[in-house]
Design a protein around this ligand. Structure first.
Ligand code: DX5
Ligand code: ZN
Length: 231
């Protein structure tokens, strides 16, 4: 049985909805959160392009909190060393993005370099595809939108997928973090938490707010209340 009291709820605001001309200021505005989520997109794995290793390295130096880097790129092993040199808190790879043996080696390398190793999957990929990687992972990310863009709606099938992953983790990796990413709002946060997630990526619902620090605090208070309910 999972000890819910041991799970720490974390907030990871996504810079994808921030003002890219002022990223250091934007990170400072969400500095009360636990991690800062950076979406790396290559225009191939997803139909959008964002930032690469040089920008992530500079962000890491300016960040008030550890970076939670989500790689949406083809064959991330090619770029692994570059991203690890930014010293991220978390580095997450997609199961669909590299050959299984290469992915396993990458996850081992992430851990060896002192970061949390993360694995994720598209909403259409069977959650069983995660199984071979779980012993090598510190975090599983369940996408609750199709990866590629911010500001989309939370997919109704996401809570069942979170529940299924939580069951897998309870069997073999109970201390593994379970993150959810896409379409989260103050309203559907409890749904994701009840399903078993403990790390919450929030883009538009934070950076689209008129007062970003106040909205960050509101999310943190909501998570503290949810943690109180489950303990
Ligand atoms: C989508 C990204 C998400 C995105 C979430 O591909 O992985 O991190 O920024 O943003 P919202 O919360 O706006 O859906
Ligand atoms: Zn993301």
């Amino acid at each position: 049985m999972r000890d819910v009291t041991a799970m720490t709820y974390r907030l990871s605001p996504s810079l994808l909805s921030a003002d890219f001309a002022h990223l250091a200021d934007e990170m400072a505005r969400v500095g009360a959160a636990d991690w800062i989520h950076v979406d790396v997109m290559d225009g191939h794995f997803v139909p959008n392009l964002t930032v690469g290793p040089p920008v992530v390295r500079r962000l890491a130096r300016a960040a008030p909190k550890p970076l939670d880097v989500h790689l949406m790129v083809e064959r991330p092993s090619r770029l692994l060393d570059d991203f690890l040199s930014a010293d991220p808190g978390v580095l997450t790879l997609h199961v669909e993005s590299d050959a299984p043996d290469v992915l396993k080696a990458s996850l081992r390398e992430i851990r060896a370099r002192g970061a949390r190793s993360g694995i994720t999957l598209r909403p259409g990929t069977d959650v069983e595809a995660l199984a071979p990687y779980l012993p090598l992972c510190d975090l599983v990310l369940v996408m609750s939108v199709e990866p590629g863009f911010g500001g989309q709606s939370f997919l109704p099938g996401a809570p069942d997928r979170i529940r299924a992953v939580r069951r897998m983790l309870d069997r073999c990796r109970p201390s593994c973090e379970l993150e959810v990413d896409g379409g989260l709002t103050l309203d559907n946060l409890p749904l994701a938490a009840e399903a078993g997630a403990n790390v919450f990526v929030v883009g538009h619902a934070i950076f689209g707010a008129p007062d970003v620090p106040a909205r960050t605090e509101l999310f943190l208070r909501r998570l503290a209340a949810l943690a109180g309910e489950t303990s």
